[in-house]
Design a protein around this ligand. Structure first.
Ligand code: NDP
Length: 475
């Protein structure tokens, strides 16, 4: 019987079902079980080239003033050999290894040993022990949400050092950027490899492991769903948020400090990058409990994609605008600066409001108001591995009635704003918007594939009610 025809007192109410009408979908709604050739080719490409792409971008700034074409031209015309570029690249240093080890250890300490106190005095903030979503095996994990606290403590120490203690220069990150890249790679590969080995020999929850039989796919996309060490050290929560996202704002501050050191001033474009990305980062930590319900935590397994991606890709490529502005200090005219600020803030508003609407809707089981009205929705059902039937709802009101992923649209507007701060002299700072467009479009398609496997015909009714993905009337 279709789920929407049954009367239910609460969302996600469940009952054991022997007459399992979505039996075929019950094992399907997590990550893919079978690997098609396109996925495999993409994975091999990323495993081989993603580290090189990161290196190429950072090297271009270090040796070619952020020009992406000049290194290629030099190589193609024989003016330089690969070895010339490589020999000019800073190597791993003892100093960088010490900084990185201290950094990661400090973040582990803040994550594991300091229970959240922010929720005790910050009104509206949800921290402390929180439950995650139901996994395909029917497990509900508990998480210690203390990211905001870790971010605040880290930044207070950063400013205390910059203005008072002066133990190290605030340009320390910029000054060691390439040696730190090697350290981040070591950690990224180590944690991904460890996660793979762990999933074979001591998985946290064997029922939530997925083995496709393809080594590369399993290494990249992960086998274990929620690998943990002990009760609280959750790999996904830790590596997704810290060290990468806590570092994001510090990296930008270090770039601003470098501009000050080199040019005696910080440009308004650098201020905009720091402010807009700072809002995004703070939003992430303020809403860390909500983050437990996002795709990264709810659906992705932990492999190289998350492990290496969080350690290397995110801190190095999400911060390219600030890095570029160190080499090219752009001073925007007031009108452009205001225009970019508005674009960034409106994008952020859409991103946050859309996410908030879904969160509120799911938390209250639809007993809330969206834009002053009771929300409309489509009822749906799905099965977990043990045959338990769950009920859920897909909202068709608010921004969720405009498009199926309007939160991504807001995110893309914000991303474009960061890039525009850099002007139009080089393409390097625009990598972020290109990457985010590919990432979020792919994510959208991936998520919809998963939702279709999970909800079956209920998902079809939803897509008929909300036909567009990102831009109403267009896509
Ligand atoms: P969403 O928050 O959009 O979550 C998608 C899930 O929400 C679906 O799988 C489904 O899960 C549920 N859902 C879908 N439609 C509805 C609906 N109409 N009503 C209620 N629930 C619905 O996606 P993400 O987790 O990918 O993204 C969260 C945010 O993070 C986004 O704003 C995105 O822009 C941002 N993001 C940023 C990234 C970055 O690198 N900067 C990377 C990725 C994301 P269920 O199974 O529960 O039904």
């Amino acid at each position: 019987m279709a789920a929407h025809q049954e009367k239910k007192p609460s969302e996600e109410r469940k009952h054991k079902s022997t007459q399992n009408d979505t039996q075929t979908s019950q094992v399907q709604w997590g990550r893919a079980w079978e690997v098609d050739w396109f996925s495999l080719a993409s994975i091999l490409f990323l495993l081989l080239f993603a580290p090189l792409i990161v290196y190429y971008f950072i090297m271009s700034c270090d040796q070619y003033q952020c020009s992406l074409t000049d290194p290629l031209i030099d190589l193609l015309t024989g003016k330089k050999r690969l070895s010339d570029i490589w020999n000019k690249t800073p190597t791993l240093t003892y100093k960088a290894a010490s900084i990185y080890t201290l950094w990661v250890t400090f973040q582990v300490f803040l994550y594991v040993f300091i229970p959240d106190f922010c929720h005790k005095f910050l009104p509206g903030y949800v921290g402390g022990v929180q439950a995650g979503a139901v996994t395909p095996a029917g497990v509900v994990n508990k998480y210690e949400i203390n990211g905001l606290q870790a971010w605040i403590i880290t930044h207070v120490l950063w400013f205390a050092n910059a203005y008072y203690f002066r133990w190290f220069s605030p340009t320390i990150i910029f000054d060691n950027w390439i040696p730190l890249l090697w350290c981040a790679n070591v950690l990224g590969y180590a944690v991904s490899t460890f996660a793979m080995i762990k999933s074979y020999f001591f998985p946290t929850n064997a029922k939530d492991c997925k083995f496709t039989g393809n080594f590369f796919y399993d290494y990249m996309m992960g086998i274990e769903f929620n690998p943990r060490i002990g009760k609280w050290f959750d790999f996904k929560l830790f590596f997704n948020g810290r060290p990468g996202i806590v570092a994001w704002t510090l990296i930008n501050l270090s770039y601003a400090a470098k501009q000050q050191e080199l040019y005696g001033q910080v440009t308004n474009s650098m201020v905009l990058v720091n402010v807009l990305q700072g809002i995004y980062v703070l939003d992430f930590f303020w809403n860390e409990a909500w983050y437990l319900k996002t795709i990264d935590i709810c659906h992705d397994h932990f492999g190289w994609y998350l492990g290496w991606g969080d350690c290397v890709w995110l801190p190095y490529l999400y911060t390219l605008q600030g890095l570029y502005l160190v080499y090219h200090p752009v001073q925007l005219c007031t009108a452009n600066a205001i225009g970019i600020l508005m674009l960034g803030l409106i994008g952020y508003y859409i991103f946050r409001t859309t996410n908030h609407q879904k969160d509120l809707f799911r938390r209250t089981n639809g007993n809330c108001r969206i834009w002053g009205k009771k929300p409309e929705y489509i009822e749906c059902s799905y099965m977990s591995v043990d045959g338990t039937k769950y009920y859920s709802k897909l909202m068709t009101s608010g921004f969720w009635g405009w498009a199926r992923h309007f939160n991504y649209t807001g995110d893309l507007m914000g991303s474009l704003a960061y890039c525009l701060t850099c002007g139009f002299e080089h393409v390097l700072p625009y990598f972020y918007i290109v990457y985010m467009t590919i990432l979020l479009t792919h994510r959208c398609i991936r998520d919809e594939h998963r939702c279709f496997s999970k909800y079956g015909k209920d998902w079809k009714r939803y897509t008929a009610a909300v036909p567009y993905r990102l831009i109403p009337g267009v896509f």
